[in-house]
Write a protein that binds this ligand. Structure first.
Ligand SMILES: Cc1cc2nc3c(=O)[nH]c(=O)nc-3n(C[C@H](O)[C@H](O)[C@H](O)COP(=O)(O)OP(=O)(O)OC[C@H]3O[C@@H](n4cnc5c(N)ncnc54)[C@H](O)[C@@H]3O)c2cc1C
Length: 504
């Protein structure tokens, strides 16, 4: 049995999205203890300041702090996100949507897409996306709350937000400060280690203060000042599969109604995001520097923005990968300090949430030992690898012929875990779902189908169904989705009615 380390004080280094989310949740988790929590951040250094698209788990996170969707939307100038539209990814002039929600209904223990594949074999020409309410709403730019009654056609989708990341961090900060969290605005100049066990002992600040702690949460961003700078934890590099290593980000005026989806548009050496808020639009070009230089990347970005650009583009450099150990000694890395996966599926903030949840789960008692640390690291590594594989699939499955970048991605070998999934889908339409996956099998289906990857065969148990009955049932399903969407309010109308930001 390894030694227990008592915690009486927690120091969170960094006050970006990760730092303040951690502070808010940990203040709630440790509310009934006398454990102190301090956030130290440097306003002179600032935050990364991007990260505006989320997935639905974010809503569960702030709801667990007692915040409502409409209040958060109002305070962060948020719009609704029903999924991501991938333009030109499969081929040029193509489009598909990855929705937060299901395709059709599973029946007799058989996933819906097998019924749809059987219908295709019978000569039907309906598209899989016609069976997704989330996609139908996204294409029509409409929105309403999901119905609570599971038998309603309006119950089968989920939603997330596009929000102003700095306003969201402020919300988290306000919650934390109202719940006993102490805040120090100063720069960390050096980190002292305990000479006996190598644990972090204290942080020396540029205001001459020294912060001691028993547990340190490293939220200092890409550099990972504590986890890497002090503890030399190391990094697992995934750039052989995820080639994009640069981004240019710029805000623009919003033109027309905000889209109820993120748009991701493929370019010759990467892709561009469009994220609408209530008062502006976020844009960014993520690209591989070995295939495109910065000036070309900037020209392409600016060419594809409709509204007036509000400042010169900001530049980011990164390497895809994760920290070798997210928890090392008495330091846990959260956010960019823990690693980076490009924002293609908006997973960074989701990984912040799961990291914080795991910290809470590790402390039902105010001490930890090596077993806690090993389990945390094992689960974290698995979560990151599952998302990594999902993102790689978007590149691997492309059929573009216009550039060396896309041809390289199509030909590259992929991790075994991804190959196993792709093989199972190709052979028998099976959507393997591994433990610690953030993305539901229907998300994988959306990507396979969007890239026109079709299985060699469907589940033969669907043959038991009478073909006429199958045809009628699926036609009824399509009609009920189309009818449900026809009556819904537009996205802007929904915002005006429920959550218009005060300053817009
Ligand atoms: C181009 C790009 C696009 C992105 N898009 C998305 C997206 O759409 N969705 C999504 O989920 N995520 C996205 N992300 C990721 C997202 O931005 C981050 O996960 C999120 O902002 C959390 O950042 P952070 O808090 O870890 O780091 P940061 O925001 O960098 O914060 C670091 C903190 O540490 C402090 N600090 C650093 N050094 C010191 C020091 N010496 N002393 C004191 N304080 C210090 C800083 O002052 C700051 O407060 C994107 C990232 C990039 C680069």
């Amino acid at each position: 049995m390894s030694e227990n380390h008592q915690i009486k004080s927690i120091v969170i280094a960094g006050g970006g999205t990760a730092g303040w989310m951690a502070a808010a949740k940990l203040s709630q988790h440790f509310a009934k203890t006398d454990i102190t929590i301090t956030v130290v951040e440097s306003s002179a250094i600032g935050t990364v300041g991007v990260g505006e698209a989320t997935i639905p788990t974010l809503r569960r996170f702030y709801q667990s702090l007692g915040m409502s969707d409409m209040d958060v939307m109002r305070k962060t100038s948020a719009t609704v996100k029903l999924g991501i539209e991938f333009k030109d990814w499969y081929k040029q002039d193509s489009s598909f949507i990855h929705p937060f929600g299901l395709f059709g209904h599973e029946a007799n223990g058989i996933r819906f897409h097998h019924y749809w594949l059987k219908l295709q074999a019978l000569g039907d020409k309906s598209l899989l996306e016609e069976y997704s309410l989330g996609i139908a709403m996204a294409r029509a730019n409409k929105f309403t709350f999901p119905a609570e009654n599971p038998s309603s056609p309006l119950s089968v989708f989920d939603w997330a937000l596009h929000f102003d990341a700095s306003k969201f961090a402020e919300l988290m900060r306000d919650y934390a400060l109202a719940h006993r969290v102490r805040h120090v605005d100063a720069k960390i100049e050096s980190i002292q280690l305990n000479s006996a066990n190598g644990f972090i002992q204290s942080l020396a600040l540029d205001n001459q203060q020294t912060l001691t702690g028993d547990l340190f949460i490293d939220c200092t961003g890409f550099n990972g000042l504590l986890i890497n700078g002090a503890l030399k934890t190391g990094f697992i590099d995934w750039s052989q599969w995820l080639l994009c290593d640069r981004a240019l980000a710029v805000q623009s005026e919003l033109v027309g109604e905000p889209a109820v989806r993120t748009v991701s548009m493929a370019h010759p050496a990467g892709w561009q995001w469009k994220i609408p808020l209530q008062h502006r639009q976020g844009n960014g070009h993520v690209y591989a520097s070995q295939f495109m230089d910065e000036s070309e990347a900037e020209t392409i970005l600016l060419q594809h923005i409709d509204g007036k650009v509000l400042h010169t583009p900001r530049k980011f450099s990164f390497t895809a990968g994760r920290r070798a150990q997210a928890w090392n000694k008495n330091c846990i890395a959260i956010g960019l300090a823990a690693g980076f996966l490009e924002p293609l599926e908006s997973t960074s903030i989701a990984l912040i949430e799961t990291g914080i949840e795991k910290i809470c789960g590790s402390f039902p008692v105010p001490y930890f030992n090596q077993q806690n640390c090993d389990y945390f690291n094992e689960v974290t590594a698995t979560e990151w690898e599952r998302i990594r594989d999902f993102i790689i699939l978007h590149y691997k499955a492309n059929q573009r012929t216009d550039s060396e970048f896309w041809q390289y991605c199509r030909a590259m070998p992929v991790p075994d875990t991804l190959q196993q999934k792709m093989d199972a889908y190709q052979a028998r339409g099976e959507l393997l779902h591994f433990p610690w996956e953030i993305f539901h099998p229907d998300s994988w289906l959306a990507i396979y189908n969007g890239f026109h990857c079709y299985p060699d065969q469907y589940d033969k148990n669907v043959e038991r169904l009478n073909p006429d009955y199958l045809q009628q049932s699926l036609a009824a399903m399509r009609n009920s989705i189309a009818a449900a969407v026809a009556d819904l309010p537009g996205h802007q109308e929904f915002i005006n009615q429920h959550c218009k930001a005060e300053w817009v």
